[in-house]
Design a protein around this ligand. Structure first.
Ligand code: B16
Ligand code: MG
Length: 217
């Protein structure tokens, strides 16, 4: 039986992708090229520096390590500006009731995000207390699709990998959860998230029956 539920942040709890997109687009603009919305898909679940490498490849631009660090810092400052006005109203539908029901059932909850800003975002959303553990981009050395972030989350909860279920919206994140030996529920399009055990559109109709095998109420 499932003892723990581990959640990705961007695309699962809240749509920060739109703010990342605005910040990367601004960076691309300053470097003199356009960054199309379609290309934003490639950045989902991927670390900040890896995202920058993808953007620079799209723009056909080469930068030194020091310049890359500067642009990444600039991008993050813009991103922080954009998420500054974020409120609990932006939490994706069904998330809070689902987290509450899990907790009522004694199922442990963790956040496992690639983002170094995850703590700040949870604070803005007011849902930090709903997680027993938070593992973010500051706590891991290897980014998704490496399993480290999920392995670390399970260890912090004290739950074996085989008894964890992961909720992920990104292909890289699903691969990471699989690599950790965990069950994965994809949030999004089943044609894209082909490696998930199950794919749902969002949390509005999901309940803990999925985890306990008990009938829904
Ligand atoms: P930051 P997740 C990821 O969050 C985003 O999906 C990805 O687009 C972003 O580049 C990454 O966080 C790093 O974010 O620049 O804030 O450290 O989906 O793993 O919750
Ligand atoms: Mg995500």
């Amino acid at each position: 039986t499932m003892q723990a539920a581990i959640f990705d942040l961007d695309g699962v709890i809240v749509d920060t992708a739109k703010y990342h997109y605005l910040a990367w687009k601004r960076l691309a603009g300053e470097l003199g090229f356009d960054f199309a919305p379609e290309d934003n898909e490639r950045l989902k679940g991927v670390s900040r520096m890896r995202s920058l490498a993808i953007i620079l490849e799209i723009g056909g631009i080469r930068l030194s390590e020091a310049e890359q660090a500067e642009w990444a810092a600039r991008k993050n400052a813009w991103y922080l500006e954009y998420i500054g006005a974020m409120t609990p109203a932006e939490i994706l539908p069904g998330v809070v009731p689902f987290l509450n029901r899990l907790r009522q059932r004694g199922i442990k909850t963790a956040l496992a995000s690639a983002s170094k800003n995850a703590g700040l975002i949870l604070e803005k959303l007011g849902i930090g207390p709903l997680f027993d553990a938070v593992v973010d981009g500051n706590a891991v050395a290897k980014a998704k699709p490496d399993p480290e972030v999920f392995v670390t989350a399970a260890a912090r909860l004290g739950v074996p990998a085989g008894e964890c279920v992961v909720f992920e919206d990104a292909v890289a994140g699903i691969a990471a959860a699989r690599g950790a030996g965990m069950a994965v529920i994809g949030i999004g399009d089943p044609r894209i998230l082909t490696e998930a055990d199950l794919v749902i559109a969002d949390f509005t109709r999901l309940n803990e029956a999925l985890l306990t095998g008990e009938p829904s109420d």
